[in-house]
Design a binder for this molecule. Structure first.
Ligand code: FEO
Length: 392
């Protein structure tokens, strides 16, 4: 695909990765992704903002065929999907300088073996004139690594945000055309890589408030030409209270845990609490991560295997602990055959979660009427806690 004009002397470049289905050997990409690169041509100097994942380097180099001069390669983020082709671009433009935060410089030298002499480091708020266009660099750590920054192009009111506000969607649409689709993909992306760093991201968002943002151009997915809604969505995901929702990842081997899960779901719905179920034997973990953004309570449904939690439930618990959602309550339900340390093991896996643990309910074998009563009591306790905490 050829480069595409966004505004006068500002172009989209990069690659659309229609076939990619997994990121970091972990994150599902049901809709592929894109690696967006932007070319900003000022009256004096030209800057290339980010590059592409190395397997797609050929596409970027072909788009650069008629670009005679690149003075600066701005690297917002050292992760290879954006930085990996910098060495090849430097080969094409040996006089270009790589513009990065001091922390990114070190990481790029480690990851890509770029020589120190190729770098210009920029402080938070520093500007770089291209002539009639001015790039302002704003340090925004942890979107998604500690070295990340964004660029604000003052004259055109464009925020080049890299991973921040991005979404994994492969499409030929340059700008957002289906807000619902992008909202879901952006929320999934936030959940998977930024949710653990909400406190710092809230500070980054505060910093950006000083700038009039007419357009957000991320490095994955479509460009926001009317960005108000994605800025509002991030406010909710980062700063909003959890919702009146129970997220219930579970696994069942012979149906007993499933009976407990179904009973709890029905009881919660009767109490006016929304439930999102995820059967871990078949679920897309990206959807589970996305649901955790809003969860008021997490309940893990788990059978005991070899005296401990089923490994799929342990994996989901480990994931929830890493993602640090803002849920306020947590419980465990399930079944066991003869004994074990399922509850103790799972409870030891959530040191990052600031949750109140509600009494677990584990049954021996198939649940009896008395077990269902305890499940009903758990549902009532969750509903009461959500009410007391004003979760809507
Ligand atoms: Fe799109 Fe964190 O790289």
């Amino acid at each position: 695909m050829q480069k595409r004009k966004i505004m006068e002397n500002i172009y989209w470049m990069g690659a659309i990765d229609w076939d990619r289905r997994l990121f970091d050997s972990l994150i599902p990409l049901p809709d592929g992704t894109s690696y967006n690169v932007y070319l900003v041509q000022g009256s004096d100097k030209t800057a290339l903002l980010d590059t592409v994942d190395p397997p797609m380097a050929g596409e970027l180099l072909a788009q650069l065929a008629d670009v005679k001069k690149v003075d600066y390669i701005v690297s917002h983020h050292a992760e290879q999907d954006h930085s990996g082709t910098i060495p090849l671009v430097l080969e094409r433009y040996p006089d270009a300088k790589v513009v990065a935060t001091p922390k990114a410089k070190g990481m790029l030298m480690d990851i890509l073996d770029i020589p120190e002499s190729a770098f210009v480091t920029v402080g938070d708020g520093e500007t770089l004139s291209l002539g009639d266009k001015t790039l302002k660099f704003i340090h925004t750590p942890w979107v998604h690594w500690p070295e990340t920054m964004v660029t604000y192009l003052a004259e055109d009111k464009i925020l080049f945000s890299c991973d921040f506000y991005g979404s994994h969607i492969a499409t030929t649409d340059l700008f957002v055309t289906d807000q619902g689709r992008v909202h879901e993909a952006a929320k999934r992306y936030f959940a998977e890589i930024m949710m653990p760093f909400r406190t710092i991201i809230a500070k980054n968002m505060e910093k950006l408030k000083a700038h009039e943002i007419g357009m957000i151009a991320p490095s994955h997915g479509q460009i926001y030409d009317r960005p108000a809604w994605i800025l509002e969505a991030y406010q909710d995901w980062v700063n909003g209270a959890p919702h009146n929702v129970v997220v219930l990842p579970f696994v069942s081997m012979h149906g007993s845990t499933r009976q407990m899960v179904d009973r709890l779901t029905a009881a919660l719905v009767e109490q006016g609490v929304r439930v999102e179920l995820f059967n871990l034997a078949v679920t897309d973990i990206g959807k589970l991560a996305m649901a955790l953004v809003d969860a008021g309570t997490i309940v893990v449904g788990v059978p005991t295997v070899l005296a401990g939690p089923h490994p799929l439930a342990a994996y989901a618990t480990l994931l929830a602990n890493a993602l640090r959602p803002k849920a306020k309550f947590l419980s465990i339900i399930g079944s066991y055959g003869w004994g074990g340390k399922t509850v103790e093991t799972l409870a030891g896996m959530i040191p990052n979660l600031k949750v109140e643990v509600l009494d677990p309910v584990l049954c021996k074998g198939v649940p009896a009427a008395s077990d269902f009563q305890l499940i009903d009591q758990l549902a009532a306790a969750i509903a009461r806690k959500h009410e007391e905490n004003g979760l809507r």
